[in-house]
Design a binder for this molecule. Structure first.
Ligand code: SF4
Ligand code: MG
Length: 334
C-alpha cells in the first residue's frame, strides 16, 4: 500500500538573531494508512516541529524544505487557503493543552458542529445531531447536558475528549497528537490513550503520537520513530524496539523508563543533556552521551540504514540482539 503521508528530504530551519537553527534535518518518514506511529524523543529533538511544519503551523521565522506528500500532493507547496481545507477535514491535530483548540466563549455544541458545516456542508441541525453522537462516542457522560456547556465547565480529561471528538468529527485519514496526555493525571492519561487506540481502530484513522515518554507507546503504537537532534535515529516495530533496540539512544531511552517487568532500581537516566542545535557535536550527534562511541562516531555522521527486518538505525555500531542484554547489565553496573 502507498503511504498516507510521506516526508521526503524534509528539513526545518529557523532564523534567529544568533543565526540559523536546523531543527529538523533531512527526514524521510512515511505514515501508512490506519497505522499508529509514535514519534519519540527528548524536548528539542524536532518531533513537534516536524508536524507543525506539515500542518503549516511553524512560527514565522521557520521554514520547511523538501516535500510532505499526502495523496500525491505536496502540503508544503500548497497555498494556505488550500491547506486550510485539508486541515480539519483530512488531517487534524491534537495538542497537550485542550484549551489551545477550544474557544472558551463557545459552547461545546458549536465547537463540534462548526467543522461539519464548513467542511462537509451539513445544515446546522444535521451537524449538531452528528456532533452530539460524536460526544457520546468519545465517552462523555451526560452528553446532552455537556453539549450546552462551555469548556471551562468541563474537567481537563473531558476537554481532551471534546478535542478528540473535534479531531475525529470529519473522519480524517490522519490525526497527529502532540503529547496529548502529558497535562493529565495518570489515570486519565490511560483512559485517553485507550480512547485514541479504540477510535482510530474503529474509524481506520492513522495516528501519529508525538511523545517524550516511550512508556506510553507500548500499548498503542505499531511503529516507533526515535528522534534525536532533528533526525530519526531508529525506526522499528514497537515490539522489536522494546525487545532489542538497535540504537544506543533508543536503548538508553528504554532504560530510563520504569517498566512493570523491572523494579524501580532498574531505571537509569540518560547521562548528559540534549545537544545545542546551534552547535551540534561532530559526527554522530549522540556521541558525547554514548557509551559505545568510537573515533569513527566523532568523525562521521552515520546514515539511517537498514539493520535487519523492517528496522533502520543511524549508528556505526548498532546492537544485535545478543549484546543488547550485556549493555543493559553494563548500564546497571556503571
Ligand atoms: Fe553511539 Fe557511535 Fe552509534 Fe552514535 S554512531 S549512537 S556515538 S555507537
Ligand atoms: Mg513538543
Amino acid at each position: 500500500t502507498a503511504p498516507l503521508l510521506q516526508l521526503q528530504n524534509y528539513s526545518i530551519r529557523f532564523s534567529t538573531p544568533d543565526g540559523e537553527v536546523q531543527a529538523v534535518s533531512d527526514l524521510d518518514l512515511a505514515v501508512m494508512p490506519g497505522e499508529t506511529l509514535a514519534i519519540v524523543g527528548e524536548s528539542g529533538s524536532g518531533k513537534s516541529q516536524t508536524f507543525n511544519g506539515v500542518f503549516g503551523l511553524l512560527a514565522r521565522n521557520g521554514r520547511t524544505e523538501g516535500q510532505a506528500l499526502m495523496a500525491g500532493e505536496d502540503l508544503l507547496a500548497m497555498k494556505s487557503r488550500d491547506l486550510d481545507k485539508i486541515r480539519g477535514r483530512d488531517m487534524a491535530m491534537v495538542f497537550q493543552d485542550p484549551m489551545t483548540a477550544l474557544n472558551p466563549a463557545m459552547k461545546i455544541k458549536r465547537q463540534l458542529s462548526e467543522a461539519l458545516e464548513v467542511h462537509k456542508g451539513l445544515s446546522r441541525r444535521a451537524a449538531e445531531a452528528e456532533a452530539l453522537a460524536m460526544l457520546r462516542t468519545v465517552g462523555i457522560p451526560e452528553a446532552e447536558r455537556r453539549f450546552n456547556q462551555y469548556p471551562h465547565e468541563l474537567s481537563g480529561g473531558m476537554r481532551q475528549r471534546v478535542v478528540i471528538a473535534m479531531a475525529l468529527i470529519c473522519r480524517p485519514k490522519l490525526i497527529v497528537a502532540d503529547e496529548p496526555t502529558t497535562a493529565l493525571d495518570v489515570t486519565i492519561q490511560a483512559q485517553i490513550l485507550d480512547l485514541f487506540r479504540d477510535l482510530t481502530a474503529d474509524f481506520g484513522t492513522a495516528l501519529v503520537l508525538i511523545t517524550h515518554d516511550l512508556g506510553v507507546v507500548a500499548g498503542i503504537a505499531t511503529r516507533v520513530a526515535v528522534m534525536y537532534a532533528g533526525r530519526v535515529v531508529e525506526e522499528a516495530g514497537v515490539d522489536d524496539l522494546f525487545a532489542s533496540p538497535a540504537h544506543p539512544y533508543a536503548a538508553a531511552l528504554l532504560r530510563s523508563i520504569p517498566r512493570a517487568d523491572r523494579d524501580i532500581a532498574g531505571v537509569d537516566p540518560i547521562p548528559g543533556r540534549p545537544p545545542n542545535l546551534m552547535n551540534l557535536p561532530t559526527g554522530c550527534a549522540f556521541h558525547p552521551r554514548c557509551r559505545h562511541a568510537t573515533e569513527r562516531c566523532v568523525a562521521e555522521r552515520p546514515p539511517l540504514a537498514p539493520v535487519g527486518g523492517d528496522r533502520r538505525a543511524a549508528c556505526w555500531h548498532p546492537f544485535s540482539d545478543a549484546p543488547q542484554l550485556s549493555v543493559y547489565d553494563a548500564g546497571l553496573d556503571s
